[in-house]
Design a protein around this ligand. Structure first.
Ligand SMILES: Cc1cc2nc3c(=O)[nH]c(=O)nc-3n(C[C@H](O)[C@H](O)[C@H](O)COP(=O)(O)OP(=O)(O)OC[C@H]3O[C@@H](n4cnc5c(N)ncnc54)[C@H](O)[C@@H]3O)c2cc1C
Length: 404
C-alpha cells in the first residue's frame, strides 16, 4: 500500500473542492485534490452559473476564455397556471440595470473542468481516487484512505476538506448530523421539511425558447418544484424538472413522469419551444441535499464545504455559488490554521461562523419562499401583482439571475 504525506487533502473536485484547493495552493500549502472521476466529468445540473457564482469563479481565477463562449443572460421568463411573466427589461434603463448582472448557462462538464484547471494552475495536484475513509484526528493530522485501479492508497494530511457533494458518505461518517452543536448549520423549523430534492435534466438542440432568457415553469402540476429551459449557444438548451421528495420507492417514477410531461406533453408550457427539438443523449437525474441542515462544518483538522454540508437553496436547488464560496472560505481558513501550526477545531471555528452568517439568511429566505409559493393561489397573486409593473420585473430578473 502506498503512503504519502500532504499539508492538505481535498476530497471531491466539484466547485467546492476546486475552490478550497485553489485557496490552499495560493497560500503555499502542498495540496492534493481527489476525485473518484477523471475530468472532464459530467454532473447533472441546470448549469445556471448565477451572478454570485460567477463573481466567486472569477476571484478564483477561472479562465475567461471558457466564460466567453457562453453569452450573458438577458432576463427571465416565468410561466404559472395563472399566466406568464416576461422578466426581460424592455426599456433602456431596465436593460442597463440588468446588464450588471452577469449570469450564464455553462455546461458543468466545461465549468467544473475549468475550475479544476484553475486549481492546477494555482499549484494543487489532482488525482483520481475514490476515498473510502477519513480517519480520526490523531494529534498531528488524519489518514485518508482510498482505492484506485492499481491498489489502495493511504495519505496523511494535516488538514482535510470534505467536498464530495450530495450523499458524501465520508462526510456523513466524520461530520454527522447532530442536533445541538455550535459548529453546524441548523435550520430550525416548526414544520418537518422534505429532506431531499430530486431533479432530471436533458440537453436538447433546435430549441425555440425565448432568446437569452432562463425560463421557469411553475404550473400547478409541477408544484412543489419547477421545470426549466436554460438556453445554450447555437439553439441548444438544458431542460429539466426538479421536485421535493420525502423518499419512497416511486419517487424515481414520479420524477420521470414530470420530466416527460414537461418535455413531451403538448399542453406543457415548454411544448412550443421543444416542438422541433431533438434530445442530445439520455436525460440524467440526481438528488439534492435540501436539509435538515445540521451537518457539522468543522472538527479537528477537518472542514466540510458545498453540498456535502447540505448548502443548497431549498426553493431553487441552486448550490454552485454556495459551493464556490464555502470551498474558498474553507481553504482560506485551513491554510491560515496550517501556517499557524494548529489546525484543530478551535482554529477552524471562524469558518463555521462565517458560513452560518452568510448562508443561513439566504437559505431561510428560500425556505420561506418555497413554502409560500407551493400554494398555487399565492403564485397566482404574485404573477398578477408583478405583471403590470416593469420595475418589479427587472428586480425579479435580477433576483433569478443571482441564483446558482
Ligand atoms: C439536476 C440538478 C440541477 C441543478 N441545477 C443547478 C443550477 O442550475 N445552478 C446551481 O447553482 N446549482 C444547481 N444544482 C445544485 C448543484 O449541482 C450542486 O449544489 C453543486 O454541484 C455542489 O457542488 P459541490 O462541489 O459541493 O459538489 P459536486 O459538484 O457534487 O462535486 C462533488 C465531487 O466529489 C466527488 N466525490 C464524491 N464522493 C467522493 C469520494 N468518496 N471520493 C472521491 N471523490 C468523491 C464527485 O465525483 C464530485 O466530482 C443542481 C442540482 C441538480 C441535481
Amino acid at each position: 500500500m502506498t503512503e504519502e504525506e500532504w499539508d492538505a487533502v481535498v476530497v471531491g473536485a466539484g466547485p467546492a473542492g476546486s475552490a478550497a484547493a485553489i485557496m490552499l495552493a495560493r497560500a503555499g500549502q502542498r495540496v492534493l485534490l481527489l476525485d473518484r472521476h477523471s475530468f472532464p466529468r459530467d454532473k447533472p445540473c441546470g448549469d445556471l452559473i448565477g451572478v454570485r457564482a460567477l463573481i466567486a469563479a472569477r476571484r478564483l481565477g477561472v479562465d475567461e476564455e471558457i466564460l466567453a463562449g457562453y453569452p450573458r443572460l438577458a432576463g427571465a421568463y416565468l410561466t404559472a397556471t395563472a399566466g406568464a411573466l416576461d422578466l426581460t427589461p424592455s426599456t433602456r434603463a431596465g436593460r442597463a440595470l440588468l446588464a450588471r448582472s452577469d449570469a450564464r448557462v455553462i455546461p458543468r462538464v466545461m465549468f467544473d473542468a475549468a475550475m479544476v484547471r484553475a486549481a492546477q494552475r494555482a499549484g494543487a495536484k489532482l488525482r483520481r481516487l475514490t476515498v473510502r475513509e477519513v480517519g480520526t484526528w490523531d494529534g498531528m493530522g488524519r489518514m485518508v484512505s482510498g482505492t484506485r485501479s492499481d491498489g489502495d492508497i493511504r495519505l496523511r494530511a494535516q488538514g482535510v476538506v470534505l467536498a464530495g457533494g450530495y450523499g458524501c458518505r465520508v462526510a456523513a461518517d466524520v461530520a454527522p448530523l447532530e442536533r445541538h452543536n455550535r459548529d453546524q448549520i441548523a435550520m430550525p423549523t416548526r414544520v418537518p421539511e422534505p429532506s431531499r430534492g430530486i431533479a432530471m435534466r436533458g440537453y436538447f438542440r433546435n430549441v425555440a425558447a425565448p432568446n437569452g432568457r432562463i425560463s421557469f415553469c411553475l404550473d400547478d402540476w409541477v408544484l412543489p418544484g419547477y421545470g426549466w429551459v436554460f438556453p445554450l449557444p447555437g439553439g441548444g438548451a438544458n431542460v429539466g424538472v426538479g421536485t421535493l421528495t420525502r423518499g419512497g420507492a416511486s419517487e424515481g417514477e414520479h420524477l420521470r413522469s414530470l420530466y416527460s410531461r414537461f418535455t413531451e406533453n403538448s399542453a406543457s408550457p415548454a411544448a412550443p419551444w421543444l416542438s422541433e427539438a431533438q434530445a442530445e443523449g439520455p436525460a440524467r437525474s440526481w438528488p439534492l441535499d435540501l436539509g435538515p441542515r445540521r451537518r457539522r462544518l468543522t472538527a479537528d483538522g477537518l472542514l466540510v464545504a458545498g453540498e456535502a454540508a447540505a448548502l443548497v437553496g431549498p426553493l431553487t436547488g441552486a448550490g454552485i455559488a454556495f459551493a464556490l464560496e464555502t470551498g474558498a472560505a474553507a481553504g482560506t481558513t485551513l491554510a491560515a490554521a496550517l501556517a499557524a501550526g494548529d489546525p484543530r477545531a478551535g482554529a477552524l471555528a471562524s469558518y463555521a461562523r462565517t458560513t452560518r452568517r452568510r448562508a443561513l439568511p439566504w437559505l431561510r429566505a428560500e425556505h420561506l419562499a418555497q413554502r409560500w409559493l407551493s400554494d398555487p393561489s399565492h403564485l397566482g397573486a404574485l404573477v398578477s401583482t408583478i405583471r403590470p409593473l416593469p420595475p418589479t420585473g427587472v428586480l425579479g430578473a435580477r433576483l433569478l439571475l443571482h441564483l446558482g
